[in-house]
Design a protein around this ligand. Sequence first.
Ligand code: URP
Ligand code: ZN
Ligand code: ZN
Length: 461
Amino acid sequence: MKKWIRGGTVVTAADTYQADVLIEGERVVAIGYNLDTAGAEEIDATGCYILPGGIDPHTHLDMPFGGTVTSDNFFTGTKAAAFGGTTSIVDFCLTNKGESLQSAIATWHEKARGKAVIDYGFHLMVSDANDQVLDELASVVANEGITSLKVFMAYKNVLMADDETLFKTLIRAKEIGALVQVHAENGDVIDYLTKKALAEGNTDPIYHAYTRPPEAEGEATGRAIALTALASAQLYVVHVSCADAVRRIAEAREKGWNIYGETCPQYLVLDIEDLDRPDFEGAKYVWSPPLREKWNQEVLWSALKNGILQTVGSDHCPFNFVGQKELGRDDFTKIPNGGPIIEDRLTLLFSEGVQKGKISLNQLVDLTSTKAAKLFGMFPQKGTVAVGSDADLVLFHPNVKRTISASTHHMNVDYNPFEGMEVQGEVVSVLSRGSFVVRDKQFVGQAGAGRYLKRSRFTRP
Ligand code: URP
Ligand code: ZN
Ligand code: ZN
C-alpha cells in the first residue's frame, strides 16, 4: 500500500522545503515532485508542515509512584501522545532492589503489550549497582536494546541511589555503550528540609518548592557531571528546571565533556506561583524538580536555542486531582509528584517557542524528535523525514488557534495544568510506520500496533 502526501512543507532539524512524500508499507520511499504515485492513496497536506513524528524520551505510564499509580496506561497514554504528534516514547522501567533486571523489564513489557498504539522503548532504572546487576547490564544493552540507564539522586528511601551506585553505573555504561540519565536533586538535603517544614507545621503545596531549592538541583547536577568526567562516561540530565543546573551543564559542555540535558514544557511555561494557587489547586503543579521563579524560563529557552540543552521531554507522570493529588491535602510530601503533558508537548513548544521567536522551526523538530533519536539509538530509523526512515509523520497546521482544556484532551486525567491557555498550532493527522493513528483529528489507531524499540548503543551525536 502506497500513500502520497501532497502539498505540504517538509520540516526536518536541518531543512524546510516544499515537497511531496511517498510512503510504501512502513517506510518513506521518495521525497520530491513527480513521484511515481500510481496506485497510491492521496493525502492532502496543503497548509500543513510534515514533521517527523515526535519522540518523547521521558514518560511514566502505568507506574507505581507516591503510593498510587499514574493514571495513563500504555493505551491511553500512547493514544494521547499520538494526538499530540508523538510517534515514539521511551518509558522508565523501574526496578526494585534485589529483583533481577530481567524480571523488572518483563513487568514493563507486560504493561505495554497489546496496549501501545505507537512505538515504545524503555530506559532502565539502576537502584543498586551490585556485581549481579553490573553483569546483567551487558545483556540488557545487547539483547533488550535498552541503551539508557536511569539513576535517581533524589526521593530518599524510595528511589534514591548513592554516589557509589551512580559512579559504578557510569563506569559500566561506558564499557557497554549506554547513556546514563540522572534525576539530579540532592535527596539528603531535601529530606532534611521537608522534615523541618512539616515539623514547623508547613503542609501546603508551595512548601514542595521551598524544600527543593534550585541549589539542591544545581549541586546534584554538578556532582553527577563530576562523576561522569571521572568515569570518562556520558550523562543525560533529565528535567532541568533552573539556571543553576543549566550553568553547570554549559560549563561541562564547554570543556568538551559528554553531557546532555533535557527540559520540559512545564518549566518553560509555568512557574513557582502556580504552586501557591488557592484551594489546594497548587497540588496540580507539584513536579520534582519544582516549578521555579519565572526568570529561569528565559535561561532555559536560551539554553535550548544555544544547544546547551538538547531535548524537550514531557516527563508525563499523570495523577488525577481527585483521589490522587488529594492524598497530600494535609501534607505536601504525600502529593504524588508529576503531571500530564504528553499530549501538549509539541504544541506548547511551537506556540510558546517558535511563534514567539525563542527557537526556530527546525530547532523545534530537533528538540522534540531528532536529538532524542540520536541520543537514544533510534536514528535514522526515527527522528527525521528521509527516504528509508520509518514513515512516522505528523501533519501539523501552524495557523489554527485553540484552547487547551481537560474537557477536550485525550489523557486519562481529570485536569490539565495548562487549562484555558490559548495556543497556536494543531496536530491534524499522525502516521506511525505508514499507518494512520490519528486522521483528521480522529483516532484511527489500534491498541497493540505499537512496536517495542530495540535501540542501538550510545554514540556521541
Ligand atoms: O515530578 C516528577 N518529575 N515526577 C515523575 C518522576 C520523576 O522524577 O521524573
Ligand atoms: Zn525525575
Ligand atoms: Zn520523570
